[in-house]
Design a protein. Sequence first.
Length: 330
Amino acid sequence: MENCAVIHEFLDYLKFEKHFSEHTAKCYNADLEQFCQYLTGGQAPQQDWSHTEQGGVATQTQTKVEQFLLSLTTDNVRAYMVVLNDKQYSKSTIARKLATLRSFYKFLVKRGHLTNNPVTAVRTPKQDKKLPKFLEYDQVKKLLETPPADNWLGARDRAIMETLYGTGVRVSELVALNLEDVDFLGEVLHVRGKGKKERITPIGSSALQSIQHYMEFRNRRAQSNGNFDSKVLFVNKHGKRLSTRSVRRKMDKYLKMAGLDPTISPHTLRHSFATHLLNNGADLRSVQELLGHQSLSTTQIYTHLTTKKLKEVYDGAHPRDEQVDKANNS
């Protein structure tokens, strides 16, 4: 059964030319599949375009899908946005699905399948401003001290959280670290970020000491276990590379043990890292480079956090005098 060739081509472009992760490609695939279902009135077959091979006999429905995609109008896209809104999708989800279509049709124009992008004129829904959560210094300290340091799994978990907070790396970047990526002498990490872009980020002495302590345990276990992956930094109990999901599970356990907000995620440590840097006088451009943000506007969200914090501190230091207010208003 033949694919929708243009979707297959687009997903290959994301994976092999833009170097998007498998997870990201699947998200694009799901958004495009839903859109195809809408265009064909629910008659399009559910299909993971990212895992099929080209060739075979085309079905009428699949041919119809591609015809609909290539004859799309701006009004079609706007109507789709209305449907998503009626189904009570969040504004952020609708914005993401629209971004998928915008990228897809930009690709189709670039590859000569179309002359105009019908999605360009469709405005992204205005988003509700949602500030990221971050931990106070004492909360971070409490969390980092929770894992026991006298056994290898506890030492590993403490090193993981120290590294997340001490460098601001993403969880996906953390689990991708290899032993050779830690430069103890230069006190830096070699990080592979989104789109396989590499950057060098400083790492503090506390995190390096935690990594060193963990590696002493790790190396002893590796000597007695031939299945240990010799290049991976953070491994599971079987000696294989940890997953992002495993890191989340471990952190959930320590949050509960420390009596902290259970909705906090490993990414919260990244938010805390950025917020604390800005609170201590770091400039926005430096924080952008440390976080590996492509756009400065992405980093600017943290200025809202620091401004909010400064206002709270100011209000706490200068309580309103009700008698003065009354006098002024009389």
